[in-house]
Design a protein around this ligand. Structure first.
Ligand code: FAD
Length: 191
């Protein structure tokens, strides 16, 4: 029996729904909005970008399933991406104190001095899995499509076009493909 593959045409394909992929999608969509708003306000010349379709492909069955590390996060990047991240309910708690202990067979020792790079003042303790589960809906609210359960297996080239395909399994028989045209707002992909 021949395999039926679904096709979805998109402009931008981001492989991986970890913090990097989701942040990239969020930043890109926000940048497009800022650009279009600036042109509406007459802040600079140029043309508005049409609505671009952006997808994030994630191999895990759900966002957050494949990012397992607990983390002490330097919040610089999330501050830049989303200045009101705390008001928006970013998970995690700020670090309030640091202690380092050496454990011996019979006891414990506290070093008298800790170099500054060991301190975590200003950082945030967060589970990365929770972070991406919180970020993914924010990315979707901006109009990005997030596809969990899509393991990008192959990058296929056809002339100047390319596509990303998932392995043909019972769960997924899809290909995401970038449109052949390169003008803004008119790219595409298949899934
Ligand atoms: C044990 C451990 C502890 C760490 N502790 C800290 C810490 O305390 N502080 C800190 O700042 N950083 C820490 N890190 C590093 C941090 O986890 C990474 O810097 C961060 O997760 C990188 O984000 P990323 O989105 O680039 O990649 P990842 O988090 O690895 O996300 C990649 C995503 O892409 C998906 N993916 C991969 N291949 C495909 C494919 N072919 N198709 C579709 N989806 C795919 C994966 O399932 C995953 O969801 C730690 C890492 C580890 C392993």
């Amino acid at each position: 029996m021949s395999e039926q593959r679904e096709t979805l045409e998109v402009d931008v394909v981001i492989v991986g729904g970890g913090p990097g992929g989701l942040a990239a999608a969020y930043w890109l969509q926000k940048s497009i909005q800022k650009h279009n708003d600036a042109i509406d306000r007459g802040a600079y010349g140029g043309t508005k970008l049409g609505e671009l379709s952006i997808v994030v492909l994630e191999k895990g069955p759900e966002i957050g399933n494949h990012v397992l590390s607990g983390a002490v996060m330097d919040p610089r990047a999330i501050k830049e991406l989303m200045p009101d991240y705390e008001e928006q309910g970013c998970p995690g708690v700020p670090v309030t104190s640091d202690e380092v202990w050496y454990f011996t067979k019979g006891g414990k020792l506290k070093p008298p001095y800790l170099p500054p790079y060991i301190h975590n003042d200003g950082n945030r303790i967060v589970s990365i899995s929770r972070l991406v589960r919180w970020l993914a809906p924010k990315v979707e609210e901006l109009g990005v499509q997030v596809f969990p359960g899509f393991p990008a297996a192959e990058l296929l080239f056809e002339g100047d076009a390319w596509s990303v395909s998932a392995p043909a399994t019972r769960a997924s028989t899809s290909t995401v493909r970038r449109r052949r045209t390169s003008s803004p707002g008119s790219t595409s992909a298949r899934s």
